[in-house]
Every structure is written in C-alpha cells, then in structure tokens.
Write a protein that binds this ligand. Structure first.
Ligand SMILES: Nc1ncnc2c1ncn2[C@@H]1O[C@H](COP(=O)(O)OP(=O)(O)OP(=O)(O)O)[C@@H](O)[C@H]1O
Ligand SMILES: [Mg+2]
Length: 164
C-alpha cells in the first residue's frame, strides 16, 4: 500500500474479519474510526472484528439504543458509538470528543457508526471507512479506508492489509 494512502477492497465475511482484526491489533491509542454505510452494510460486523483484534473478551453488540458501549479487557479500551438516532444537539450532549481526546477517560480506540451525524465535530485525525454492498454478491462488501491526518498505527495497518 502506498504511504498514507487509502485502502480499498472487496470483502466477503472472512476478509471483513481479517481487515477488522488487523485494525484492532495494530491501531494505536487515540485512533478514531468513522464508519459510514447504509443500514445492514456491515459497520457493527466490522467493529466486532476490531474488538477481536484488540482482544476484547466480551461480545460487542449493536449500541443502537445505548449510543455508546465501552469495552475493557483488551490491549486498549474500545469506545463504540452509534449515532443513528441522534441529531446535532444529541451528538453534542454525548460529547464524543472526550473519548477521542482521551483526557477524562483512558485513551483507546474510538469507533463511530453513522459518523455523518458528527457534523463539524470531527477529531484532528481519523480513518473514514465506508462499507457498501458490492455488486459482486450479497455477501460481498466494498470497503474503503481513507486516512485524514496522522492516525496512530495506520501506517503499520497498511503494511499488513492485503492488497485491495
Ligand atoms: N462481507 C460482509 N461483511 C459484513 N457483513 C456481512 C458480509 N456479508 C454478509 N454480512 C451480513 O450483513 C449484516 C451486517 O449487519 P451489521 O449489523 O454489521 O450492519 P450495520 O452497518 O452495523 O447496520 P446498522 O446501520 O443497522 O447499524 C450481518 O448480518 C452480516 O452477517
Ligand atoms: Mg450497526
């Protein structure tokens, strides 16, 4: 993969697991993953693989009704947001910046589903991952990972991901 560049691939479930586990095993504290994609695209599935890569022992569930789930017990804490039901004011009151700044909580990996809802409240650096159903089959997804700024561990992830 070209330095600092984006990664793209078509992933069946096994490859989606591999991509997520590589992210979870390799990204550094303070890395933020913003997930975009339609309902059922695979955002939670990818987050579950990230959690496995981190070594989180508990099952990761869809946080749709809780907005934020925190998982300890892995290499780093995982902060898993789902903003689907929130508007701008709701996002502000949830204050996701507290988590990616890692000031009042231990720094970890922040993964945010429906990240579009963040509006302008973005971290300085993040990976934007877009998941969409691929034309090649119902169990295939196109996955595009684009870095903005300096994301801890992204360079090493890029070296470990298979070519798209
Ligand atoms: N290649 C694949 N990658 C990811 N998920 C897949 C793939 N193939 C099939 N699936 C299935 O698609 C579904 C994806 O659901 P998931 O909950 O991860 O989506 P989501 O993007 O989080 O949806 P929501 O917006 O409702 O939170 C799962 O049932 C999963 O097993
Ligand atoms: Mg989901």
């Amino acid at each position: 993969m070209v330095k600092g560049q984006q990664w793209q691939g078509i992933c069946d479930l096994a490859r989606m697991a591999q991509v997520g586990e590589t992210l979870g095993a390799t990204l550094g504290a303070g890395a933020v993953v913003l997930l975009s994609g339609d309902l059922g695209a695979g955002k939670t599935t990818l987050t579950q693989a990230i959690a496995r890569g981190l070594g989180v022992p508990d099952p990761v569930v869809s946080p749709t009704f809780v907005l934020l789930n925190e998982y300890g017990g892995g290499r780093l804490p995982l902060y898993h947001f789902d903003l689907y039901r929130l508007d701008g004011a709701g996002v502000q009151s949830l204050n996701p910046a507290l988590y990616w700044e890692g000031i009042e909580v231990p720094p970890g990996l922040v993964v945010i589903e429906w990240a579009e809802r963040l509006g302008d409240e973005l971290p300085g650096a993040f990976l934007h991952i877009t998941v969409a159903i691929a034309p090649t089959g119902t169990d295939h997804r196109t996955v595009a990972i684009a870095p903005t700024g300096s994301v801890p561990g992204w360079q090493a992830v890029g070296d470990r991901l298979p070519l798209g």
